[in-house]
Design a protein around this ligand. Sequence first.
Ligand code: RAM
Length: 330
Amino acid sequence: MKLLKTLAIGTAIALAMAASPASATTKIALLVKNLGNGFFDAANKGAQQAASDLGDVQVIYTGPTQATPEGQIDIINSLIAKGVNAIAISANDKDALVPALKKAMDRGITVISFDSGVAKDGRMMNLFASAPDQIGEQNVKMASDLLNGQKGDVAVLSATSTATNQNAWIDVMKKVVGKYPNVNLTSVVYGDDKQDKSYREAEGLIKSNPNLKVIIAPTTVGIAAAAQYVEDQKLVGKVLVTGLGLPSEMAAHVKSGAAPQFALWNPIDLGYAATTIAFELATGKAKAAPGAEIAMGKVGTCKLDDDLSCPMAPPFVFDAKNIDEFAKIY
Ligand code: RAM
């Protein structure tokens, strides 16, 4: 009996070691803005796929419960203590995370940002989902289309006020809106990528402006919450919602007419690409330098600009014609 027990324990340990040899595994942390966000869950799916395609790689999916830089700094410090090989972060603040990420790089950890970038000093490269100019303009264009030839007030329901990606897109919206004379951009409010706060902010926008025609929510959490509010209040057609959404979370809102069209890139590919780039840099297979082309595995390659940034792919528009097809995937 004792021998059997010992054998069983011995086998269990041997199996555990075979599955994850601590010395050979590259540990990559996918540090997201917040947990409980379907967009990042989809990115994690891609990250795990990349880990298994690369082989001998472990992806640690982590993030704070609230989308704050403080929560991410705590996690960065614990990842440094753990001795991960790489951190791929979607940042809740461009600058506040730099000291902690510099410390990680000083300890030999590869640091990249993806989705929502950190300032150049705090990372080796930055992977945009799509070029910020394209995303920003796409959002204004969709709002303009939804106004259907009429002139109207359009407000923005964003994520957090410090989110690098949304802030960059909003800057672009303000810059290009002159090309779309029927769009009258009014206010910007922040739902912090929380369902309940985004819902209340959508309510505030609509109640404070009886002439509001379109809400642009360039966040998957915000767009779903705003569309839900419009449906709950029976305002479909009076106020339309567009922006960036996950097809699986938006299918019902496309069908109700609350959000007839919206955009996104492939979030699974984004996680796959970020993980592959982190692996390439951490293992010395690639170096981040202006002009360098870095492999993203099955997603393609990415050419770094002078800011050491590159875009993964252009955004894609979803509507009633294609929503069911994509809602099954992400
Ligand atoms: C939310 C997050 C994320 C953003 C998407 C569009 O899930 O804010 O950073 O890229 O929306």
